[in-house]
Design a protein around this ligand. Structure first.
Ligand code: ZN
Ligand code: ZN
Length: 439
């Protein structure tokens, strides 16, 4: 009798706990059809930086239904959803919302057909080519889980939807609009980004620096124009600008400490109109990358010095010195993962997903304005991690060589959204529960 009862109890217990025996994973799996429907809707309706009106409204309404106190219009189109649930840490979870001026070529049935004319007058398609649609969907998936599991955590959740990441503007806009004064100030901050350089469902994280300082620099090289047949009567800005481009390479190769990564790329060089005219100006556009403040200063000071020095060498008069403009408004500071939360979350993920799905990845020279939430108060424990999106079959066919596959910002970037969203929702929820664990 007793053994019969025991067997029956065991059987019941087995029936109640399905194969994965993980209530969080099961709950995320149950929510996936709804989340994928949202993802496809967001993907088909992308919005450019600082214009995320429909996306933010859709998600704000969903967060309200879950019992969050929701404020919209923070930093123009940003959303702050707060859930207070007893004493404890204040955890900021962030998703970015903006899409890119890229004409989608994935051929997906829910591909974006949106077209716009940009402020610069360029007609272009709009696409979630950076995967911020997976971020927004995960944000809601995580909000749903944490709202449903309120008895399992204590503290305050500050879930934010950030506009304008692609232009390095949105995080600052939200902070300037009182993110840390009008709402509970975070003790911890977590975000994730989908990754083209990792197979679907694999999590990557970096200790310390994760992403770089990004500076945009314009150089307006002046010249004295004239006839191409009589160079002795001119000062040729193309020759001068070409010298500047060459000399700039020595900043990284000769002046910078090789132990401190740096990049100086001249991405645009425009001058002249015709074969036999010496132009009176040349315009260069640079992207400058570093991790530390010291390296950043070395590069930016070096650019100014080299540009002026080359102009003097070319015999340019003082009133025709090149003008160097560092676009401070577009500066994105380096993103730093703090030690404690990175170590504890990496250990948690490894236990939950297995060592083959959680790997330490090197820092990259890309940029992310998630950095600003930590820089505004360095006592915050902060972490951004990657969730691989490269579809497994394509990854295997490429022999694991990400360079053979579409990258982020590519018109062909079509992540395995199901793997990204389910992995990220589970990971974000588990990480949040760890930070906000009771007692
Ligand atoms: Zn991007
Ligand atoms: Zn992005």
């Amino acid at each position: 009798m007793r053994s019969q009862l025991l067997a029956a109890t065991l059987l019941l217990a087995m029936a109640a706990t399905p194969a994965s025996a993980d209530p969080l994973r099961d709950a995320v799996a149950k929510d996936m059809p709804s989340l994928l429907a949202l993802y496809k809707d967001l993907h088909a309706n992308p919005e450019l930086s600082m214009q995320e009106v429909k996306s933010s409204a859709k998600l704000a309404a969903e967060a309200k239904k879950l019992g969050f106190e929701v404020t919209t219009g923070v930093g123009k189109t940003g959303v702050v959803a707060v859930m207070k649930n007893g004493p404890g840490p204040v955890l900021l979870l962030r998703a970015d919302m903006d899409a890119l001026p890229v004409t989608e070529q994935t051929g997906l049935p829910f591909a974006s057909k949106v077209r716009v004319t940009t402020a610069a007058g360029v007609e272009t398609g709009v696409m979630h080519a950076c995967g911020h649609d997976t971020h927004m969907t995960t944000w809601l998936g995580t909000a749903r889980r944490l709202a449903a599991m309120k008895d399992q955590w204590s503290g305050t959740l500050v879930m934010i939807l950030q506009p304008g990441e692609e232009i390095g503007f949105g995080a600052k806009a939200m902070l300037d609009d009182g993110l840390y004064s009008r709402f509970p100030k975070p003790t911890h901050a977590i975000a994730f980004h989908d990754a083209a350089a990792l197979p679907a469902g694999v999590i990557g994280y970096s200790n310390g620096y994760a992403l770089a300082n990004v500076d945009s620099v314009d150089i307006d090289v002046k010249g004295i124009g004239g006839h191409g047949a009589y160079p002795q009567t001119t000062k040729d800005p193309i020759v001068l600008a070409a010298r500047i481009v060459g000399a700039l390479q020595t900043l990284v190769s000769r002046e910078n400490d090789p132990q401190s990564p740096a990049v100086v790329t001249v991405g645009s060089f425009h001058a002249g109109a015709k074969h036999n005219i010496i132009s009176d100006n040349a315009k260069l556009q640079l992207t400058v990358r570093s991790y530390t403040d010291e390296t950043r200063k070395l590069l930016l000071d070096g650019i100014r010095r080299i540009v002026r020095g080359e102009a003097i060498a070319a015999g340019m008069p003082e009133d025709k010195m090149p003008v160097v403009t560092i676009r401070e408004g577009e500066y994105t500071p380096a993103t730093f993962n703090t030690e404690k939360i990175t170590a504890s979350t990496a250990a948690l993920f490894t236990e939950r997903f297995g060592a083959d799905r959680v790997i330490a990845t090197p820092a990259v020279m890309g940029g992310e304005d998630f950095s600003r939430f930590w820089l505004a108060d360095k006592s915050i424990e902060s972490l951004i991690f990657w969730v691989g999106g490269a579809p497994k079959d394509k990854w295997d066919a490429a022999g694991g060589d990400a360079a053979k596959l579409p990258s982020l910002h590519s018109p062909f970037w079509a992540p395995d959204a199901e793997a990204v969203i389910s992995t990220a929702t589970e990971a974000m929820t588990a990480a949040a529960l760890d930070v906000l664990k009771k007692g």
